[in-house]
Design a protein around this ligand. Sequence first.
Ligand SMILES: [Zn+2]
Length: 220
Amino acid sequence: MLVLHYTGMPTAAAALDRLCDPTARVSAHYVVEENGIIWRLVPETQRAFHAGSSCWENESDLNAVSLGIEIVNPGHEWGYRPFPAEQMSALQELCRDILCRNLIPPHRILGHSDIAPDRKSDPGELFDWRHLARAGIGIWPQPPPGVARSRGKGVGVVARAAALADLAAIGYCVGAAKDAVVVAAFQRRFRPERWDGRLDAETVQRLHEVRAAYDRARRP
Ligand SMILES: [Zn+2]
């Protein structure tokens, strides 16, 4: 599994200090700075402490089976801002490199908020998953063009049940957190224009599309 984070600290130096402080008990395999500089902090063969309490595909203890990349960004607490192009291309190179060495299927390339939606919102709605997916890293299906969908208004009980089933089929641990929190994590990643946690018609449709893409990726 490959898990992407943002550092969520005021500066890159502060984040590196913390990640290298043994008493902090947090670490990651790599850090990618905004100017594209990459730091390797933990060898890929060793476990890092980046995922925390988390769950995906009903599996927990994800630090044991994952590599973690911290992408420098102040995050929602310190002035969340877009990820610069230099940083995204360095990250893309790093991911490609990691995927050459490790057998990580696309449905196990995730954001921290995907695996810990009740605690985490990184790398967040400004992170360009589409950019990575175009380079063959992770899954981000392009929505079909020209389809008008209603945003904001909730859907009925049947559509809601189907939507929650889609969320679980994608890999989200529904039931481990409030539904709205898991829906918001999905939206941040796959419908980042609005992440209010509401199952509106647009989100329900997007869930169907994303589930189909994950199903295709999992087929042998
Ligand atoms: Zn994180």
